[in-house]
Design a protein around this ligand. Structure first.
Ligand SMILES: Nc1nc2c(ncn2[C@@H]2O[C@H](COP(=O)(O)OP(=O)(O)OP(=O)(O)O)[C@@H](O)[C@H]2O)c(=O)[nH]1
Ligand SMILES: Nc1nc2c(ncn2[C@@H]2O[C@H](COP(=O)(O)OP(=O)(O)OP(=O)(O)O)[C@@H](O)[C@H]2O)c(=O)[nH]1
Ligand SMILES: [Mg+2]
Ligand SMILES: [Mg+2]
Ligand SMILES: [Zn+2]
Ligand SMILES: [Zn+2]
Lengths: 210, 210
């Protein structure tokens, strides 16, 4: 429990910094390959001209994701955990040192692909966003509840694949809201762009409200 | 490190029991929703009449997967980790107590859906099998290397979705064999049954060789 307490203290520090600099911060959680980076790329294509955005990438190995983000000309830092299964507030605090915080209004933290441990670690974010893809099964909110319980927003991604998978959007919603009745739900396809606008509208609204 | 040492000792005990009872044991690893249970169901449909099979299921919450397996009339035990992100040798040893080990030739352990931590814990199995679905991306062996390095066999599942995703089977194979040149690779679709026969032939061969 000592680890979580120490993490809480650092998360508070991060949160104070974000508040002072007026930066809206989201921590993106999902299984490997649900589409975190693809959704970020689509988001940057849509609003990075109007909003100062930066990204902190977290991965076990490689800087593949940071390279994908860098192509969109926004500040990005890659954290490589060397086997660690989740980001923590210390790793994020270190990464913040390399970001031009005064120029940023929106910071995305893409966590390590893992639906279990990252849900337990506060990074100092405003909220966690859990992403599930239609190819993983509609039972996942019940089987991996912490990520859905500790998030405030949930994105169902890869809706373009619905015709080809046994996934019930209705059952998924029932299961997700059973675990966390306050979840804000978005449905989208990072591939076709469908549903991205509702998400980017929500983001710009959140930034405006501060 | 103490945790891994204690786990090693218990894994040895498990392995001795499996050797005495002449049971071939596989530990199935994957992200959430890659198709571990679906592949097991297809496998049971194909060979559970010729081979004595049992299943140990590992999940954070619910016994959904054990219920799916129980429909195929084979012995199954559900381990609920209550938030733990991986199975360990102790949990498996406890579960073994509820299985009719003398009637079993093949034991599957379906691990918690997580491509990071489960790769590090020896359960006493003969080998780990890592499952990746075509919907997760062909870069995953590089990004989550431990699961591919510590497995001997790798299944690419959901090949029926290949026409609808940006997944290169060639790049995937290159990436997987870069991390572990000794991997035995299978390609299949648990939905259509394509490729299942090569896998069940391999299983019956392994059981025969003891
Ligand atoms: N069909 C379809 N494929 C998608 C969609 N979004 C992402 N993908 C594909 O899904 C795979 C994984 O996408 P990524 O964006 O790398 O996923 P991620 O969550 O960032 O993965 P990690 O960071 O490695 O955990 C890639 O092959 C993408 O092309 C979508 O909306 N529809
Ligand atoms: N199209 C397609 N869907 C599949 C295939 N295999 C599994 N699925 C679907 O993928 C989803 C997840 O399958 P599961 O078998 O529950 O996956 P799992 O790895 O056991 O999931 P967890 O135990 O929860 O981590 C379900 O909706 C299945 O119907 C396949 O080969 N093709
Ligand atoms: Mg990514
Ligand atoms: Mg399963
Ligand atoms: Zn973890
Ligand atoms: Zn873990």
């Amino acid at each position: 429990r000592k680890i979580l307490e120490k993490n809480e203290d650092l998360a508070k520090l991060n949160r104070e910094t974000f508040k002072q600099k007026n930066i809206f911060v989201l921590d993106l959680l999902s299984s490997p390959g649900s589409g975190k980076t693809s959704i970020l790329e689509k988001t940057l294509e849509t609003i990075s001209k109007q909003v100062g955005i930066a990204v902190i990438e977290g991965d076990v190995q490689t800087d593949n994701d940071a390279q994908r983000i860098a192509k969109h000309n926004v500040p990005v830092v890659q954290i490589i955990t060397m086997g660690g299964c989740h980001l923590d507030a210390q790793l994020v605090r270190n990464a913040m040192d390399s970001l031009p915080l005064d120029e940023i209004q929106l910071l995305f933290i893409e966590n390590v692909g893992n639906l279990v441990c990252p849900a337990e670690f506060d990074l100092g974010e405003h909220e966690k966003v859990v992403i599930l893809s239609t190819t993983e099964g509609d039972d996942k909110p019940l089987k991996y509840p912490a990520a859905f319980r500790n998030a405030r927003t949930c994105i169902l991604n890869k809706t373009d694949l619905l015709p080809h998978v046994d996934f019930s959007v209705e059952d998924f919603k029932k299961n997700a809201l059973k675990i966390n009745p306050n979840l804000t739900l978005f449905e989208m396809s990072a591939k076709t762009g469908e549903g991205i606008e509702a998400w980017t509208d929500w983001l710009t609204q959140k930034i405006k409200n501060g």
